[in-house]
Ligand binder design. Structure first.
Ligand code: FES
Length: 131
């Protein structure tokens, strides 16, 4: 399967779609340009992601990216997530979405990082705000 097929498969059959009731952290992120929105839910144990789910509506890139990102971060330390950036996201999704689809690809990463910062009672850093 090449990267394009992988993206389409993750869009058609997204992994980790749904809600977590009693989530330890969650964040709702919105793309004002297209109206797509996504809520990310986290279950945290011992400073690591025990479970993650996302819910909402979005274009192919935003849903596929959320699916692949949520797969990737299971079991990861919150400190690792704090330092994730756009370069890391490109590695995970396997493509460079280009400037037009950039906000689509980063919607889930932005929600994820904000959920983590909120959980840790930390201020959202400027790198995350720029995503
Ligand atoms: Fe809305 Fe991509 S078109 S997130």
């Amino acid at each position: 399967m090449d990267y394009a097929d992988e993206l389409i498969s993750n869009y058609e059959h997204p992994h980790n779609k749904g809600k977590i009731s009693g989530a330890d952290a969650k964040f709702h992120e919105f793309n004002p340009v297209c109206g797509d929105d996504l809520t990310l839910y986290l279950k945290v144990r011992g400073g690591k992601v025990e479970d993650v789910k996302f819910d909402g509506t979005g274009c192919a890139i935003s849903i596929a990216s959320a699916s692949m990102l949520t797969d990737e971060i299971k079991g990861k330390k919150l400190s690792e997530i704090e330092s994730m950036n756009f370069e890391k996201l490109k590695e995970i999704i396997g493509i460079d979405p280009g400037p037009v689809r950039l906000k689509c690809a980063t919607l889930s990463l932005k929600a994820l990082k904000k959920a983590v910062f909120l959980y840790e009672h930390k201020k959202v850093d400027s790198e995350t705000e720029k995503l």
